[in-house]
Design a protein around this ligand. Structure first.
Ligand code: ADP
Length: 404
């Protein structure tokens, strides 16, 4: 079965064409600058060098049309005809409380995704544009939505509710939703496979440390706690986001500086985190360079980042009554051995013992980095949200075909 995985952003479409169940990538690409002056498509097919096409592309519909043309191009394509595409899997950020798993796209799903545009304005409208374009261009092909929020729908009410008037939950659905769910689910499943144990027997903490950072407690295969909340602003320190903060800080600054709600939102989302503290960059590699050059604020931003992460690991071990595996993923988690070492330092009380040499040798590959005697296994697992989307889409599309 050939499965096309689509991740549409505000001005971009990322895609991968998989052959399933072999999990083989036949082609992949990135279309950038949709709606801007000069759009560029970078496309590559297995065994072929990268192709770059510059073309004016006005919207997602036009963008996907070009992607489908390239995928079926006689020279660069991976299929002879787009009819060979059996199903499309879409990344969708917000599925609200309704979607607890990946699901076939129907009218109801489209209206839920639209409804949650208000809570995920930077993602859901563009995810929806991708779905609607595919529905028009591939009308008889099943479309599957894979939600970032779905994995966290197993979290109990005492963990997803904020202690504010209940009315705001009832009326406006203000609660913790959690994000990065597809990544947390993928790395937890993969870690269990690497350890040769069923995920249902394990208590796992997954640390997704990219530009956005979140941490999840996975008990018996289900998400029981996660650090991002009503929006992706809560929790860990991120590239430009503050993460946790006394809400009174925002009121104080708004009153003191006469800031509007949207100005405050901008400060907490775009000007805080590693960038805000270091005043160097939101990129971890730049922070390291500055620290090594003796910049004390770069050093401070790192210490705040590590401290927050460590605090959450302890809290989540408490929530699960112990811990069997700790997993690091995404740009920082996969590549930054010093962050992994710092965070694991002084956690022997929990049974975490990192093997410094093993850890230092690992960059961007799957590995166990704890000592053989460590009670808690510590792993690096590169995330692969596209593969998780392809797997879900394959299962759902297969079920649909078999049910026909
Ligand atoms: P996104 O959330 O955009 O997918 P990534 O998962 O690619 O982000 O993570 C980006 C982060 O990973 C950046 O802060 C980047 O500096 C960091 N990163 C990438 N490679 C390294 C490395 N070798 N050492 C430290 N940090 C790294």
């Amino acid at each position: 079965m050939k499965i096309l995985v689509i991740n549409s952003g505000s001005s971009s479409i990322k895609y991968q064409l998989f052959s399933m169940p072999q999990e083989k990538i036949l082609a992949r690409g990135l279309l950038e600058r949709i709606g801007l002056s000069c759009s560029v498509l970078h496309h590559s097919r297995e065994g072929n060098s990268e192709l770059e096409i510059s073309k004016q592309i006005r919207n997602h519909h036009q963008g996907l049309k070009v992607v489908l043309e390239v995928l079926s191009h006689p020279e660069y394509g991976a299929v002879e005809d787009i009819d060979e595409i059996d199903a499309v899997g879409h990344r969708v950020v917000h599925g609200g409380e309704k979607y607890t798993a990946s699901c076939l796209v129907d009218d109801d799903l489209v209206s839920t995704v639209r409804e949650f545009c208000e809570l995920a304005p930077l993602h859901n409208p563009h995810n929806l544009a991708g779905i609607e374009a595919c529905q028009k261009l591939l009308p008889s092909v099943p479309q599957v939505a894979v939600f970032d929020t779905a994995f966290h729908q197993s979290i109990a009410d005492h963990a997803y509710l904020y202690a504010i008037p209940y009315l705001y939950y009832e009326k406006y659905r203000v609660r913790r939703y959690g994000f990065h769910g597809t990544s947390h689910r993928y790395v937890a499943l993969r870690a269990a496979q690497i350890l040769g144990q069923p995920l249902t027997d394990l208590r796992v903490i997954t640390c997704h440390l990219g530009n956005g950072c979140s941490i999840t407690a996975v008990k018996g295969g289900k998400s029981v706690e996660t650090s991002m909340g009503f929006t992706p602003l809560e929790g860990l320190v991120m590239g430009t986001r503050s993460g946790d903060l006394d809400p009174a800080v925002a009121f104080y600054l708004m009153e003191k500086l006469g800031l509007s709600a949207s100005q405050m939102k901008q400060i907490l989302n775009k000007k805080s985190g590693l960038l805000g503290v270091s005043e160097v960059s939101n990129d971890m590699r730049d922070i390291w360079k500055a620290k090594e050059a003796g910049n004390p604020r770069a050093d401070l931003s790192l210490r705040i980042f590590w401290h927050r992460l460590k605090k959450y690991i302890g809290a989540y071990a408490a929530v699960m009554n112990g811990l069997d595996a700790l997993i690091f993923t995404a740009g920082i988690g996969e590549n930054d051995c010093q962050t992994r070492e710092k965070v694991c330092q002084g956690m022997d009380y929990l049974g975490i013992e990192i093997d410094k040499d093993r850890n230092a040798a690992i960059q961007g590959e799957e590995a166990v980095i704890s000592t053989d005697s460590s009670r808690v296994k510590v792993l690096v697992v590169p995330t692969n949200e596209e593969l998780m989307i392809a797997q879900d889409t394959y299962q759902i599309a297969k079920g649909k075909t078999e049910g026909q």
